[in-house]
Design a protein around this ligand. Structure first.
Ligand code: TRP
Length: 449
């Protein structure tokens, strides 16, 4: 079975070396596993929560898209898209908002931190807090649940959000699933082995500390940043301690074991800090020079990037559109054409029984679906000229007479007196098809009262 891996990148900044080692590189490696079905996206709706500068939003989306592609993301293997190109996501957000408990969102760390800060400074508790910030976890739940992701690689600060997605998804399943689990329960994936890089000053590399090393802007910028890495005052010739040097930690994150060992030896033997920084630059430049080149080529052709992301959006919507239709049905947002015809006999039975749902096509013909107790569609009828003929067919199907079911590929057809009266959906494989045939037979057995 494939594992669906999904993660979003908020588009408010320019990726730096810490993002590369901590998120981009491991995500690309994960996407190369043969059983991985990866969905990576630009969380640009989330970016709007944190940033009201349109130019920065636009610039960041472009830079982040180019960075991922330059770093080696293969868009034929993964589904790479912008959140804002998938209208099903905000629509699902609303369905989820209507089941999410307010009390749950009150507990979100990011919202609580803002409230605490306001209280501390004597402000109104909700000063400067938007509904966007408050509802941030619901939007993120929609990102994850829309695609039924199994694993969600995130930083530690996001674990709570993934847990909330489970909570909200479970509640939806419970309220509307009638035994069917619409949503898979996602799990946060925290890669213990992934490097958290120290920044220039030794604290975690982060834009908010202003201690980052740029990734693809230019070799010169990178060199200049490296020259500002804080070291101790030991002179050339004096032994340096690799264990306390974050320059060494940075080196290790990009070196082979052998390279790291060699560098450790040189530090112990007293290589000067200036030369040590030169070594780090060389190592990074070897890994990044070609990718940097590709990055600048991509940034120079934004229209091509746009096309690529449109293809990604199409791929994503192939999953999202039918799934959202199912969810709309589940909550009662249904076409008036498909009113459930509840016969008085069926009314007596419990809601557990399979049911026929008849409807009329635009051309006036009559059709019906047979839905299993869990709502799964087992059969879609062919078109009947009038309601009487359709009714006769459903009656005959339930008469208890042996069913004429014919397997065709991963689906099947049902026949009455040598006329095909209905088709199954396409199932994933033959066992799924056979299970559905069994379910169909069971559903059509005459009910004993
Ligand atoms: N909130 C995440 C962050 O700031 C980004 C994000 C948005 C995300 N939607 C997501 C991550 C869905 C994983 C899954 O890092």
């Amino acid at each position: 079975m494939t594992t669906r891996i999904l993660t979003g990148i908020t588009t408010t900044g320019t990726p730096h070396l810490g993002n590369y080692a901590g998120a981009i590189r491991p995500a690309i490696v994960a996407s190369q596993h043969s059983d991985a079905d990866s969905f990576y996206f630009l969380a640009d709706y989330h970016a709007l929560i944190k940033c009201d500068d349109p130019l920065r939003i636009q610039r960041s989306r472009l830079e982040i898209a180019a960075t991922w592609l330059a770093a080696g993301l293969d868009v034929n293997r993964v589904t790479f898209y912008r959140q804002s190109d998938i209208p099903e996501i905000p629509e699902l957000t609303w369905l989820l908002t209507c089941v999410a408990a307010k009390g749950l969102l009150n507990r979100a760390h990011a919202y609580k931190a803002s409230v605490d800060k306001n209280v501390e400074t004597g402000e109104d508790p909700d000063a400067g807090i938007t509904m966007g910030l408050y509802s941030y976890p619901v939007l993120m739940a929609a990102d994850i649940l829309m695609f039924n992701a199994h694993k969600v690689p995130v930083g530690r600060d996001q674990i709570q959000h993934v847990e909330m997605a489970r909570d909200i998804g479970q509640r939806f399943n419970h309220l509307f699933g009638q035994g069917k689990e619409f949503f898979v329960m996602p799990e946060a994936l925290i890669e213990e082995s992934v490097a958290t890089l120290p920044g220039l000053d030794g604290r975690k590399m982060s834009k908010s500390y202003d201690n980052t090393i740029p990734l693809f802007t230019s070799a010169k910028d990178m060199k200049e940043a490296i020259s500002r890495i804080v070291t101790d005052s030991r002179a050339p010739g004096e032994a340096k301690d690799p264990g306390t040097s974050h320059l060494f930690t940075l080196y290790q994150a990009f070196a082979t074991k052998a390279q790291a060992e060699e560098f450790r030896g040189e530090l112990l033997q007293g290589i000067g800090w200036g030369e040590a920084k030169q070594r780090l630059f060389q190592l990074l430049d070897t890994e990044l020079a070609e990718k940097r080149e590709r990055y600048h080529q991509l940034i120079a052709r934004p229209a091509d990037l746009e096309d690529l992301l449109q293809v990604g959006a199409q791929k994503a919507r192939k999953v999202a559109t039918p799934f959202l239709n199912e969810l709309r049905e589940a909550v009662g947002l249904r076409s008036f054409r498909e009113q459930v015809q509840v016969s008085s006999a069926a009314k007596k039975k419990t809601a557990k029984a399979a049911r026929f749902v008849s409807f009329r096509e635009d051309d006036g013909s009559f059709r019906f679906r047979l839905l299993a107790a869990d709502g799964e569609q087992l059969l879609l009828s062919r078109n009947f000229a009038d309601g009487k003929a359709a009714g006769a067919a459903t009656k005959q199907l339930q008469s208890g007479a042996a069913l004429d079911v014919r397997s065709e590929g991963n689906g099947f057809t049902v026949w009455l007196a040598d006329a095909c009266v209905g088709d199954s959906p396409e199932f994933a494989d033959a066992p799924a098809r056979d299970a559905a045939i069994e379910a169909l037979k069971l559903a059509l057995q005459p009910q004993q009262d």
